[in-house]
Ligand binder design. Structure first.
Ligand SMILES: C[S@@+](CC[C@H](N)C(=O)[O-])C[C@H]1O[C@@H](n2cnc3c(N)ncnc32)[C@H](O)[C@@H]1O
Length: 359
């Protein structure tokens, strides 16, 4: 039935502003992608505020193109305008856009924006058939983007802050145990741990060939021998209770069959083993997600473009999506897989919730 509400002129202006603000956000995101890709944020961070001529001299790029890029990033508030044609990256901008080692670094998340948007061309077909696209549809930049997005946090906090919060874990790792990371992506978490705990043996499992390729490259760059990566389609998780510690970081909601993977984890984990889950902080209802998560619009969009798409990339996929794995469901699924202990881990993280699960 068509709406019977009258069109209100003031609300129309506000609504158009909202819609074109969203288009503006897409343009700003694309410019951030370009700035990151061409090293412009790093050039501003390393050598200070610049005019377009100065930035051209620093980077060897064309002045006219840089001027328009600076104008856009200044207008959007990503850069600060100091007057006289000079633009500056604030200390906060440096942390988020230029310093790959800062835990707040986020420019990596823009790396796969062009490919994500290009995939939108194929999505009307997904809306028709119900079948989504796997992670590898994002190309090599998909795995690289996730890696650049999450690596600073893993590098700064996983070993010193997170692992000691899990009772009994660090002692096990120091002693020498077997560890599996399911949905390991580019292997950054595992490599950090392998470096810190040389007596332990680490195995990463994923189904993305781009991620596995990147993981192997990272392993060889790090010169680390106690890590192996496996394509879980050909080399699945062994069902012999051999793993003392299992991690699943930001991947259960992306999996087509998470219940099946949880059942595999149950068969692979030792009777006194520990399973650490990190997944997107979500609430049980749409209403709560929208009310309590200011990033909900971005996350539902990411879900359609990536997470839910991946979780529906096989027929019969569960399709949880970015905000689909909330604590109540997590507990229910983990218990259904045969685990008896499920405890949230108190840890302040902007995006993730953590749970410690034991057989
Ligand atoms: C968002 S990424 C997270 C990667 C990594 N854990 C991290 O935190 O950076 C999700 C990963 O889950 C992987 N994945 C999806 N379904 C999977 C499955 N059934 N088994 C193993 N990995 C899977 C994807 O290929 C992708 O690399």
């Amino acid at each position: 039935m068509a709406t019977t509400r009258e069109l209100d002129g003031d609300k129309l202006k506000e609504y158009a502003k909202l819609v074109f603000g969203a288009l503006g956000g897409a343009m700003t995101s694309t410019m951030i992608y370009l700035g990151d890709r061409m090293g412009l944020f790093k050039a501003l961070a390393d050598d200070g505020p610049a005019t377009s001529e100065e930035l051209a001299a620093r980077t060897g790029l064309d002045e006219r193109w840089l001027r328009e890029w600076l104008y856009q990033q200044g207008a959007a508030g990503v850069l600060e305008y100091d007057g006289d044609g000079r633009f500056e990256l604030s200390p906060e901008g440096r942390a988020v856009l230029a310093d790959e080692r800062h835990p707040a670094f986020g420019a990596g998340f823009f790396s796969h924006l062009p490919q994500s948007l290009a995939n939108a061309e194929q999505l009307p077909e997904s809306f028709r058939t119900g079948l989504g696209l796997p992670y590898d549809a994002l190309g090599p930049e998909g795995a690289r983007g996730i890696e650049r997005g999450v690596a600073p946090w893993f590098r700064a906090l996983l070993v010193p802050l997170v692992l000691p919060l899990v009772e009994g874990l660090v002692d096990k790792l120091k002693r020498g145990v077997r560890v599996a990371d399911i949905g390991c992506g580019s292997g950054v978490a595992l490599i950090e741990m392998a470096r810190a705990f040389p007596a332990s043996e680490f195995h990463g499992y994923d189904i993305s060939r781009h991620a596995l390729w990147r993981a192997e490259e990272n392993r060889s760059e790090a010169g680390i021998e106690n890590v192996q990566f496996h394509d879980s389609r050909q080399d699945p998780l062994p069902a012999d209770a051999r793993f003392d510690f299992i991690m699943t970081f930001d991947c259960l909601h992306d999996m087509a069959q998470p219940a099946e993977v949880m059942a595999q984890i149950q068969r692979a984990i030792a009777p006194d083993g520990i399973w650490l889950i990190a997944d997107i902080k979500a609430h049980a209802t749409y209403e709560e997600n929208v009310e309590r998560n200011p990033m909900a619009p971005m996350m539902y969009g990411t879900s359609v473009l990536t997470c839910m798409s991946s979780a529906l990339s096989e027929p019969g996929g569960l399709g949880l999506g970015t905000l689909g794995f909330h604590p109540q469901l997590a507990r229910q699924m983990v218990e259904a897989a045969g685990f008896t202990r499920f405890e949230p881990l108190e840890l302040r993280h902007p995006v993730n919730a953590f749970y410690v699960v034991r057989p």
